[in-house]
Design a protein around this ligand. Structure first.
Ligand code: NAP
Length: 300
């Protein structure tokens, strides 16, 4: 239980509703900022404007998955209130206050560093990334179905990268009967791909391996699907780029060649916001209770 802990949840999208639900269950004192248009009957939870929060006793601040924008603004889909995360605001918090977000940017890094507060990026954690790879793979299946006129079963699919997303995507498409090959650069990854009964190839040989594919799914956040790679693909190839913006595909060249190439960010929040929210909520609950336990022990 998180009885006695005060958490401010500032902004966000449908995923934060699962966080609110979970933290309420755990008896957390919650201050919700940027949720005034939310109709859910979260009894006992206080909705307030950002200037109304007493940050002096806030033990944790939960920002949206995207953190802030580069001007410090916090996005919310449940309010028109303009909210900014500033050094002044954070300075009001006790020194043990921890800031949580999914990802970060230079602005957020600067603010937490300047004030000297701990900042946890949830999406950097292996457990969150692996759980999130499940809705990501399902969203990719949805996109392939939407943008091709053949079954996934029997399609020839190249997955680039065998990280947390690449592994789940490769396995999911193989389970649907696709003929999956996976490109990687590390020999242990090539060995793992073979162990998974998929066809491994080294990324140095990518151009050779795209000549006979129907779909190319990139998970590598670097320019790998270059013009010369795209030039070797059959004209009907569908490219889905899952890597974070700007992706790893030469979209300009793909368009010039008439090859359909789609950047597909944020699939978990689109195809399964409830699950994506639960993933964040469960990890947050663990982290907050570990934090509370540590502080109680330190007080003894
Ligand atoms: P990850 O576990 O770090 O995997 C990244 C993979 O890319 C690894 O196999 C890595 O291989 C490879 N790689 C990195 N740089 C490379 C380079 N220069 N050349 C060749 N290979 C390289 O990351 P992840 O969790 O799978 O996430 C992959 C991407 O998907 C990230 O950009 C992430 O933000 C994004 N993502 C998107 C969605 C969505 O909805 N579209 C959802 C979740 C994540 P090495 O081990 O050899 O470096």
């Amino acid at each position: 239980m998180l009885t006695g802990m005060h958490v401010a949840i500032i902004g966000g999208d449908a995923r934060q509703l699962e966080v609110i639900r979970k933290l309420m269950e755990l008896d957390t004192k919650l201050s919700l900022v940027g949720f005034d248009q939310l109709d859910h009957g979260f009894a006992g939870v206080t909705k307030m404007k950002i200037h109304e929060v007493d940050f002096h006793d806030v033990d944790a601040i939960i920002l949206p998955v995207h953190g802030t924008n580069m001007d410090g603004e916090i996005q919310t889909v449940f309010s028109n209130e303009k909210m900014t995360f500033t050094e002044e605001l954070l300075r009001q918090t006790p020194t043990h206050c921890t800031v949580y977000s999914g990802i970060t940017n230079d602005y957020l890094d600067h603010v937490v560093k300047a004030v000297g507060r701990k900042h946890v990026q949830l999406f950097e954690r292996d457990d969150v990334a692996i759980y999130n790879s499940i809705p990501t793979a399902e969203g990719t299946v949805m996109m392939v179905i939407q943008h091709t006129d053949v079954t996934i079963h029997g399609s020839r699919i190249a997955v680039l990268g065998l990280g947390r997303v690449g592994m789940t995507v490769a396995r999911t498409f193989a389970a649907l009967g696709a003929r999956v090959k996976v490109g990687a650069r590390r020999s242990e990854h090539l060995a793992r791909i073979a162990e998974m009964s998929l066809e491994p190839f080294h990324l140095n040989d990518l151009e050779q391996h795209v000549k006979d594919i129907d779909v190319c799914i990139n998970t590598i956040p670097h320019m790998v699907v270059t013009a010369s790679v795209i030039a070797k693909m059959p004209a009907h190839t569908l490219i889905i780029d899952l890597a974070s913006k700007p992706g790893g595909t030469d979209f300009r060249y793909a368009e010039k060649r008439g090859i359909q190439a789609l950047l597909a960010p944020g699939l978990p929040g689109i195809v399964a916001p409830k699950t994506a929210g639960q993933i964040v909520a469960n990890v947050l609950a663990q982290l907050l209770s570990a934090d509370l336990k540590k502080r109680k022990e330190n007080k003894k």
